[in-house]
Design a binder for this molecule. Structure first.
Ligand code: C2E
Ligand code: MG
Ligand code: MG
Ligand code: MG
Length: 293
């Protein structure tokens, strides 16, 4: 019997435990290590305005974990694990700090990234210290609050835990933007949407992907556009993969698009090269970018 260490999720291997459960235990303990080990990083996916020239709206930070033995582990797998074993607080703090550090670094080098969006879990919003931490992080990197967007799911938004509602309002008071991720997949309550200080709606990629074949998806998307417009929210369509999907969204005056059609999430250095090619003279002052040197 091997005990896997951990404050909140000590488990024991035993004969009854199946392989899947054993793998899970191993993964939990690996994730704990990864947080202190630099195995985690953020990739960044550009988000663009739909209009002429498609100016850059911002980038979404997406966590990546490369484990020396398990290889690449998907966030779809390790985020729920982190939530279950009490690591999501530390994880959220890491993601927030790393995204702010990177944005400040880009700006110090004249790379114009208007904002970065960080995904947070419902549990991160339950933390009543969230807004204070966010404010401290912005301050320490010299970033204005509107440089940061925090993405939350409907589940987080509807969480009745007092801390969540407090955090949402406190973060909004700082001037940080709030975005409702995966819109349409959860328990969307339109009355909540109206009462909470959301800035942005992210149309879930499942609707965008069904768009070509499903009239229902198309009418749902139109409805979301109307809701967004009526509430003064920026609608971001995620998972745009084809030109016909883009054309549909563009024709319906979707504000912002994000998806493989434009770019995949990429490491910071690769994003810099992408920006350089896509938006040629991006540096001001140094002249280096303008001269293409
Ligand atoms: P999400 O926030 O809804 O992110 C969008 C997901 O769609 C990302 O998957 C992205 O890589 C993927 N994607 C983007 N464009 C396309 C496209 O054109 N086609 C398709 N098929 N997919 C596209 P990823 O990176 O695997 O992340 C999955 C989920 O994990 C995220 O969904 C988010 O809920 C969660 N996640 C990722 N990073 C973090 C993090 O730092 N903290 C927390 N709490 N959750 C995170
Ligand atoms: Mg997201
Ligand atoms: Mg999403
Ligand atoms: Mg998602």
């Amino acid at each position: 019997q091997a005990k896997v260490d951990g404050r909140n999720c000590s488990r024991f291997f035993n004969d009854g435990m199946n392989r899947v459960a054993q793998e899970r235990v191993a993964l939990e303990s690996a994730l704990r290590e990864a947080l202190g080990d630099g195995q985690l990083c953020l990739h960044y996916q550009p988000q663009m305005f739909c209009g002429e020239g498609r100016p850059l709206y911002g980038v979404e930070a997406l966590a990546r974990w490369h484990h020396p033995r398990f290889g690449n582990v998907s966030p779809e797998r390790f985020i729920p694990l982190a939530e279950e074993c009490g690591l999501i607080g530390a994880f959220g703090e890491w993601a927030l700090t790393e995204a702010c550090r990177q944005l400040a670094d880009w700006r110090s080098r004249g790379i114009a990234v208007p904002r970065v969006a960080v995904n947070l879990s419902a549990q991160n919003f339950q933390d009543v210290g969230l807004a204070v931490r966010v404010a401290a992080c912005l301050r320490s990197y010299g970033l204005s609050p509107d440089s940061l967007t925090l993405e939350m799911t409907e589940r987080a938004m509807l969480d009745s835990a007092e801390g969540v509602q407090t955090s949402i309002h406190a973060v909004h008071s700082l001037g940080v933007h709030l975005s409702l991720d995966d819109f349409g997949t959860g328990y969307s309550s339109l009355s909540y949407l109206h009462r909470l200080p959301m800035k942005e709606l992210k149309l879930d990629k499942s609707f965008v992907q069904d768009l070509d074949d499903s009239p229902a998806a198309r009418s749902l998307i139109q409805s979301v556009m109307h809701i967004g417009e009526g509430l003064g929210l920026t609608v971001v369509a995620e998972g745009v993969e084809t030109q016909s999907q883009f054309d549909f969204l563009h024709d319906r005056s979707c504000a912002v698009v994000q998806g493989y059609l434009f770019a995949r999430p990429m490491p910071a250095e690769q994003l810099e090269r992408w920006l350089d090619e896509r938006y040629p003279p991006r540096r001001s002052g140094t002249g280096a970018g303008v001269l293409g040197l």
